[in-house]
Design a protein around this ligand. Structure first.
Ligand code: ZN
Ligand code: ZN
Length: 341
């Protein structure tokens, strides 16, 4: 049953693997928790959004499957976003369960508001956000990133195997959407628990923030190539429909190549700061209609594209207070971008 979002809120997607659909706020509206039968009890993949409604839907789902909350032995978290580990503390309170995630996601559990005073403002200035816009953005970001998230009891590493009924879940580190994002590959059942790495309709947000530097888009492209090479496994995603992982990963790779070409062309035509580039890139809505948090995410995504281009030596940036970007000579003459990866 590939290609359909389940109509029922609980579905046995493979023998001994169930999805429970939980409500969450925002346009995605739903997030999936997966229940995987183990030799003793069950493991969960992800733990939804933290709300009374979501917890009620979760316990009702367990009831439909015919297991108790105390059967939960552990919670495997694909990445440390609030819609994937929301119910962990409620579950740990009722069951003697552990929670595990990849250590590279630990910075996400520590809210950005705890950063040194003025650091966020300096970050926004470096992006090219003017003094008039900075206070509004900083306030919205502090609310958006202000919550503390549950701490893990264990860590997951690439290649780890977790024994479940009928096979093993193999941990695959797939950084990009977050630095510690992991997928879980279940070869025997032909599925990959994909978190937010590969979604059927939307392209997952790939952003650089003040707490998360690096080259996440470059990482994401490498991670897409990795899951694409798995062949015809079906995704068990955090949201949306289940799809073949290889063809969707190929689409996402093509999408970002196009975005990279656009971003480079925008810089080549004279936009210098992240703020200016973001405003001219193509988003699902017009720039004017984006709220403060969405503008911040869009700038983080624009920056991820510029940094990826810089790592390919298609762009260079200044080290000044406001980071300014320009296209390199080589790519100006080259026309078509050649991958150096
Ligand atoms: Zn996410
Ligand atoms: Zn998500």
């Amino acid at each position: 049953v590939c290609g359909d979002e389940p109509a029922e809120s609980v579905e046995e997607v493979r023998p001994g693997i169930w999805s429970i659909r939980l409500p969450m706020p925002g346009p995605l509206a739903h997030v999936f928790v997966y229940v995987v039968a183990a030799d003793e009890g069950v493991l969960l993949v992800d733990a939804g959004w933290d709300s009374e409604d979501a917890f009620a839907a979760f316990t009702e789902g367990l009831h439909v499957i015919g297991i108790r909350l105390t059967d939960v032995q552990g919670v495997l978290v694909t990445h440390a976003h609030p819609d994937h580990l929301g119910l962990v503390n409620r579950i740990r309170r009722s069951a003697e369960a552990w929670m595990a995630l990849h250590s590279a996601d630990l910075p996400l559990l520590r809210p950005e508001v705890r950063a040194a005073p003025g650091r966020l403002e300096a970050w926004l200035e470096a992006l090219g956000v003017g003094e008039d816009e900075r206070p509004e953005l900083a306030a919205a970001i502090r609310v958006f990133t202000g919550e503390s998230l549950p701490r893990p009891d264990r860590f997951l590493t690439d290649g780890d195997g977790l024994r479940v009924r009928g096979g093993d879940l193999i941990v695959m580190h797939t950084p990009g959407h977050s630095p510690g994002h992991v997928c879980f590959v279940h070869r025997d059942e032909g599925v990959i628990f994909a978190g937010d790495h590969v979604l059927s309709e939307i392209t997952p947000n790939i952003s650089i923030h003040s707490d998360l530097p690096g080259n996440p888009l470059g990482d994401y492209q490498d991670s897409l190539a990795r899951v694409r090479a798995l062949g015809d496994l079906v995704t068990l995603p955090g949201h949306e429909r289940r799809v073949p992982v290889d063809s969707r990963a190929a689409q996402l790779l093509a999408h970002h190549e196009e975005q990279l070409r656009d971003a480079r062309a925008i810089v080549a035509s004279g936009s210098e700061t992240v703020r200016e580039v973001a405003e001219r890139m193509t988003w699902s809505e017009s720039w004017e209609s984006l709220g403060a948090v969405d503008r911040y995410l869009a700038m983080g995504e624009a920056l991820a594209h510029l940094v990826a281009l810089e790592s390919r030596r298609e762009l260079v940036s200044s080290e000044a207070r406001i980071r300014r970007w320009r296209a390199t000579q080589r790519s100006d003459s080259g026309g078509r971008l050649e991958l150096e990866r």
